[in-house]
Structure formats: C-alpha cells, structure tokens
Write a protein that binds this ligand. Structure first.
Ligand code: 6PG
Length: 243
C-alpha cells in the first residue's frame, strides 16, 4: 500500500502544497479529460478551500475539475451544516468553475433514494477502474473519533459495503448523512487526508504508526487499491509522531 506522510509548519503551508499538487495534476491530464475530485466537509478542508479562493482563483484551470462529494449531511443546501454550502461559500462561488461541473449530493431529498441516485450519477460520469468509479482525488478529513467521510466507528461494515454511497448516522447527534463507502474511497487514484491541529495529534499518531487498537478507527482502514494515500498534516497534528 502506497502511503506518504507530509508535515507542514503551518496549515497555510499545507494549503499551498495542496494547491501546487492540484496544478501539477491538472497540467498532466489529457486535453479533453476532466479531473474528478470528491470533497470533504470539516474545518480543515474549509480552510484549504478558502486558501485556494484567496490565492489560486486565477492560477488553477478550474474548468478542468469535476466536483463531487465524499459525504453530505442530510440537510438542504442552504443550511449551515451543508458540506455543499461550505464548499460553495469558501470556494466554488469564488472560482471560475462551471455550475455544470458541480455535482452536489442532494441532502434535502430522501436519504436512501439519494444515496442510490448519487452512486448512479457518479457511476455515469467518473471513469471506472476495476468496475468501480475511480476519483482522481478523494479528499478526506479525520474526526477525533477516527471517522472519515461519514463512516463512523460504529459502522465498520460501511468500509466494505458493496454500495458506493449509503446512508449513515452521526452517533453524537443522530444526524443522517450520505457517505461514500470504503469501496469507492479506496478505489481513488489519490486519497488525501488533510488534518490540522493539536486535537488530532493523538489519533493521527495511533493511525499512522499503527498502534494497537487503531483498527477500530475507520480512517485507519482506508488502504488504496492501487492509488496513493497521502497524509497532509500541520506540525500540531503531527506533533506526537515518533518516526
Ligand atoms: C464531515 C466530514 C468529516 C470531517 C471530519 C473532520 O462531513 O464532517 O466529512 O469527515 O472531515 O469530521 O472535520 P474537522 O476538520 O472539522 O475536524
């Protein structure tokens, strides 16, 4: 399994490196191809999105991107909790990406039906590898309980479910979510965890250093089929790593 850990002195340096990676990748794709990205919710992704808006709005070929989501809260798009709203306000409304390149999960619709329909939509647009849609880039955050996307520790079955998107429930507040399952996540060409802050240092260290008990965390079970997994950490999130 191909994995690398990159530590940055600040979340700004992390965001800049992320932007430069995106530019490099976009420079490499075929003229009539798109670069498919599945976005994540969370405060760290939000920071990176804002950084891209502020510093790279005219330095990235945004029209080459196709935007999807790895998970969404089952709320209308105008609600504060919506991952789509967060991405729209922090990035999508500020960069020249065509609306036709943005495929939000419809959090306002029936969750089970939308999970099915969104999986079909992704399957109809994102090229497949081994019969499963293969995102060029899957962006993931890490919860303090070790969840990623909306795969929470009480639902390890979602890591191996055959469906590509399913309904999940956040244990703390019983909020319904629609989430990508492990099957589509691990099929991505690139899986990028972006994690910052001292609050994540312990769990980052447990997962990356394979400490006993880490297997309880869904984020520790994301092993790319053939792609590359990168941990982008700021120095605080990496502060308990021993190697
Ligand atoms: C969500 C995200 C979730 C998030 C982590 C980390 O919808 O909430 O998909 O997986 O990335 O909870 O969030 P923070 O960066 O805010 O800690």
């Amino acid at each position: 399994m191909s994995q690398s850990v990159r530590v940055f002195p600040s979340r700004e340096a992390l965001a800049q490196s992320f932007a430069e990676m995106l530019i490099r990748d976009l420079d490499r794709i075929e003229p009539d191809h798109y670069y498919t990205v599945a976005l994540s919710g969370g405060s760290t992704p939000e920071y990176v999105f804002r950084y891209l808006s502020d510093n790279y709005a005219d330095r990235i070929d945004w029209e080459k991107l196709m935007i999807f989501w790895g998970d969404e809260r089952c709320v209308p798009p105008e609600e504060k909790d919506s991952n789509y709203r967060m991405a729209y306000e922090s990035l999508l409304q500020n960069v020249p990406i065509p609306d036709t390149n943005i495929f939000r999960i419809r959090g306002e619709d029936d969750p089970a039906l939308e999970a099915k329909q969104y999986a079909e939509l992704v399957g109809s647009i994102v090229p497949a590898f081994n019969g499963v849609p293969q995102f060029d880039l899957m962006l993931l955050g890490l919860g303090e309980d070790g969840h990623t996307a909306s795969i929470f520790p009480d639902r390890p079955d979602l890591l191996t479910a055959s469906a590509l998107y399913v309904v999940a429930i956040k244990p703390e507040n019983k909020q319904k979510r629609i989430t990508a399952t492990g099957r589509i996540i691990i099929n991505s060409s690139k899986i990028y965890y972006i994690v910052t802050g001292k609050g994540k240092a312990a769990i980052v260290s447990e997962i990356i250093e394979g400490k006993s008990g880490a297997e309880q965390y869904p984020a520790s079970r994301i092993k790319p089929v053939s792609g590359h997994l990168v941990w982008m950490l700021d120095s605080e999130a990496a502060s308990l790593l021993t190697k």
